[in-house]
Design a protein around this ligand. Structure first.
Ligand code: IPD
Ligand code: CA
Ligand code: CA
Length: 264
């Protein structure tokens, strides 16, 4: 199958699984919530959605393995692996905040070649394939053209389980509050990255994330003309636990601030 066909099949699957998740919004109850670890919540919705995704993805690229958040399938592929977050923004979902997404990427030899983020609050389907561009509901998207930090809107995720770097993080935020239009915390890293890809945010950064949170979104940003790295400008952002993504115009300036505050 060509990358374009694979991407279309993943989009169709995400739309179907998205319908399931949306239907559960009014059904899921407090007693369905399990605590995996400090402030890390899960319910049957995440698990069932993941099972549905794995069943569908297995048909699209049968040779591929899985890196999936809820671990409902752990088979590793030699060349191809699906990197799946069935519900990114579970806390939002469980609290009735309408910002949460399905995030699916296909990795070939450790790098994404397909990425799909379906944000369910606005029913926005973001997709990208390597060297094929990035799209929102089928229309090509691009990162912001803004080059002025004072006119920028940034996004991040607040630490909620690992507070080791919180002082440096708060110091960084103070600087960014003074230098930008603001910093948002949507509660879904996949959505944050998709919003960088379509130019709503100028940059996004967060530490403590896993590959499934950022795999699809990173490809979206790159295919939309933006840049992605870890906090030192390096490439260890899938498994290194920190990511920074930004538009061509502001990536470098934000990275310098990030690097100076978080890596000293
Ligand atoms: C979370 C969201 C959130 C980020 C967390 C992630 P989950 O994913 O992306 O924005 O701050 O670190 O774990 O747990 O809802 O899939
Ligand atoms: Ca996630
Ligand atoms: Ca999740």
């Amino acid at each position: 199958m060509q990358l374009k066909e694979i991407t279309e099949s993943v989009c169709d699957l995400c739309l179907k699984v998205g319908d399931f998740i949306l239907k559960q919004q009014d059904v899921v109850r407090e007693q369905d919530v399990e605590v995996k670890s400090l402030n890390s919540l899960v319910s049957y919705v995440d698990k069932k959605a993941e099972e549905q995704l794995i069943k569908g993805l297995s048909k699209i690229v049968p040779a591929a393995g899985f890196i999936a958040e809820e671990g409902t399938e752990t088979k590793q592929g030699e060349i191809y692996n699906w990197v799946v977050d069935p519900l990114d923004g579970t806390t939002n979902f469980l609290h009735g905040i309408p910002v949460y997404a399905i995030s699916v990427a296909l990795f070939k030899n450790g790098k994404p070649i397909v990425g799909v983020v379906y944000e369910l609050g606005k029913k926005e389907l973001f997709s990208a394939s390597l060297n094929g561009g990035a799209f929102l509901n089928g229309e090509a998207i691009h990162v912001s053209e803004n080059q002025v930090l004072a006119n920028s809107l940034l996004a991040t995720g607040f630490p909620y389980y690992n507070f080791d770097r919180v002082d440096a993080f708060l110091d960084l935020l103070k600087t960014l509050f003074e230098k930008t239009r603001g910093v948002r915390r949507l509660g879904s890293a996949a959505t944050d990255l998709a919003y960088v890809a379509c130019g709503r945010f100028d940059a996004f950064f967060e530490y403590g994330l896993n590959a499934w949170d950022v795999a699809a979104g990173a490809l979206l940003v790159q295919e939309a003309g933006g840049k992605v790295s870890d906090y030192t400008g390096g490439e260890n952002y899938f498994f290194g636990g920190e990511i920074m993504a930004g538009s061509k115009g502001l990536y470098a300036e934000v990275l310098i601030l990030l690097n100076s505050k978080m890596n000293t």
